[in-house]
Write a new protein. Structure first.
Lengths: 123, 187
């Protein structure tokens, strides 16, 4: 009997190992754990409730804005103009500050990956 | 096979009965893989259960690139990695020598010996006494009947490492059988 045939017989012996029988079925256990584990629909009742509350808040704000006294509206406009002027004065610092903050954030995001790479490299 | 695909599609849409049928169909295979690795019935049952719970959660992402059972094996092995932190390391330590052709294991004894139940029982015991990494590879290759490529994908290992590992595991089994043969001759 040549080596190839012996190899095949050995591999057949390895494949022929019977599967161990399960002490019990786990189907019921798995199914009992499933409903709490996954959201089967895209929208739930809590999503509807939350969006209703948000819509009510927006509507209340809009309604309040429509009924403000004229003097208060004028004061708000003045404050808006002042805020815009402040922005124009300070805007030359805004772009560099934002870019620096963004760069710092991106650098911070890479830290966990770099740490993992370092640990893997040490292994 | 078509029935399984239909069950998967129904389960992906949230049909729990279809998923229960999938659990019923595949649990024994998942349990056996887990049992070979963790060697404890209760822990293997727990791993099997956890595998299916995770499978249900991840089912919408299953695109059918691999067989469903192979996908389940991937979840199981990831859970095994979590429980046995040294397992992944020991698999990685097998090395990634690229073995294009796997050398044949050298047998000297007559092949009909494998037909005897005693030899087979000894072979199965020898598999059980292998290191966990080798046992996992042998189980995936011969009991789960995955290809080398599928094992590499399941365990997230280079193909060369898988081939090397299985070759070494078979060498250990061969040595074990040679010892048995010698003990018979001496007896």
């Amino acid at each position: 009997m040549d080596k190839r045939l012996k190899q095949d017989v050995f591999e057949e012996a390895l494949k022929s190992r019977p599967l161990a029988s399960m002490p019990r079925s786990i189907t019921m256990d798995v199914m009992a754990r499933i409903p709490a584990k996954q959201r089967l629909t895209l929208l739930t009742w809590s999503d509807f409730a939350l969006s209703s509350i948000l819509a009510a808040c927006i509507a209340a704000l809009w309604f309040a804005a429509q009924h403000l006294p004229p003097i208060l509206v004028t004061k708000l406009r003045i404050q808006g103009i002042l805020l815009y002027q402040d922005f124009l004065v300070n805007s030359r610092w805004l772009a560099p500050s934002l870019l620096f903050g963004l760069a710092a954030l991106l650098a911070a995001i890479t830290i966990p990956t770099l740490l993992k790479m370092t640990m893997d490299h040490r292994r | 096979m078509a029935a399984t695909e239909s069950l998967i599609q129904r389960a992906q849409k949230g049909d729990q009965d279809a998923f229960a049928a999938l659990v019923e169909e595949h649990q024994r295979y998942v349990y056996n893989l887990a049992l070979r690795v963790v060697r404890d019935e209760n822990e293997a049952l727990d791993l099997t259960q956890e595998t299916f719970v995770r499978a249900w959660t991840a089912l919408p992402n299953f695109r059918g690139q691999s067989q469903f059972r192979t996908w389940l094996y991937r979840i199981t092995t990831n859970l095994c990695y979590n429980r046995l932190p040294n397992l992944r390391r020991s698999l990685n330590d097998l090395g990634d020598d690229i073995m294009e052709e796997i050398p044949e294991t050298n047998f000297n004894g007559p092949a009909h010996e494998f037909e005897s139940s005693e030899t087979r029982t000894h072979l199965y015991k020898a598999i059980d006494s292998l290191d966990t990494n080798y046992k996992l590879l042998i189980t995936l290759r011969y009991q789960s009947e995955l290809s080398y490529e599928e094992i590499a994908s399941t365990l997230n290992l280079p193909l060369g490492t898988v081939k090397t590992g299985i070759f070494r595991a078979k060498e250990q089994l061969r040595k074990s059988l040679v010892h048995l043969e010698e003990s018979w001759i001496n007896a």
